[in-house]
Design a protein around this ligand. Structure first.
Ligand SMILES: Nc1ncnc2c1ncn2[C@@H]1O[C@H](COP(=O)(O)OP(=O)(O)OP(=O)(O)O)[C@@H](O)[C@H]1O
Length: 243
């Protein structure tokens, strides 16, 4: 079953500081994603990987094209109203970048539990799930009740990934979520992603590391200057365009 159909997606930026010069982020990008599939997005720096994920999550308003999400109802994420976008975020569609969104004076366990609590899960149940994820990503237990503001880059990234996984979204958009992790914790992150995939989560992810792409991806979308250069099964991907 197709979860997401991306059709002719384009994003042009008006850069005011450059006398309103137009910068092309994406140009006519089309692909489909199947339920339970892991699609990796690769390409050189500036090829449009982050812009693509931000358009799919509607952090950016696409300039043109359709992003049809086949959930309970069919929704065009490129044009639907903000209320529909907000309703889909969390339970249906999750997003995480490589940087943790700081929430001042909120302990790590509550940062991870927050999306669940916002959906109505009782706080203690949500914290239980948060602790499981923090444990699985080897965040030291003594940090669970501390504030992430003082954490290392890798610790923060693990809190970030745990937060994205906590609500078990149907579609997970990941923008370099493992860039600061050492090989061991990266392996743990891959294990958690594989568990999520096994439970039917669909993932679209940008990864810096070829080993992560090779370990988890089913197919690879190769972007070049905002356009799709190729969509390949993982067996045919040689890893060369991962920056
Ligand atoms: N908010 C923005 N305003 C103006 N231009 C932007 C904006 N976001 C992205 N761009 C431009 O769009 C193009 C694609 O950028 P994008 O960040 O999507 O690339 P990327 O493949 O994710 O790069 P990297 O691997 O370096 O993170 C670049 O030319 C970039 O300068």
């Amino acid at each position: 079953m197709t979860v997401l159909s991306v059709e002719g997606l384009s994003k042009t930026f008006d850069v005011h500081v450059l006398d309103d010069t137009q910068v092309v982020g994406l140009d006519g990008v089309s692909f489909n994603v199947r339920e339970g599939e892991f699609l990796a997005v690769v390409g050189e720096s500036g090829s449009g990987k982050s812009s693509l994920l931000k358009c799919l999550y509607r952090t950016y308003d696409p300039t043109d094209g359709r992003v049809v999400y086949h959930g309970d109802d069919e929704v065009d994420l490129a044009t639907c109203d903000d209320r529909t976008v907000m309703a889909l975020r969390g339970t249906a569609i999750g997003y995480t970048s490589q940087f943790l969104n700081e929430i001042p004076r909120v302990p790590a366990v509550d940062v991870v539990a927050r999306p669940l609590v916002e959906q109505g899960t009782p706080a203690e149940t949500a914290r239980g799930r948060a602790r499981e994820l923090l444990q699985a990503l080897s965040v030291p237990a003594e940090l669970w009740d501390a504030y992430p503001a003082t954490f290392s880059g890798g610790e923060r990234q693990r809190v970030n990934l745990a937060q994205a996984l906590a609500p078990d979204p149907d579609l997970l958009l990941l923008d370099e979520p493992t860039s600061a992790l050492d090989p061991e914790t990266r392996r743990e992150a891959i294990d958690l992603l594989e568990t999520a995939l096994g439970q039917g989560t669909t993932v679209i992810g940008v990864f810096h590391d070829t080993d992560v792409v090779a370990a988890v991806a089913d197919r690879v979308v190769v972007l070049d200057e905002g356009r799709i250069q190729a969509v390949l099964p993982i067996e045919e991907f040689d890893g060369e365009v991962v920056r």
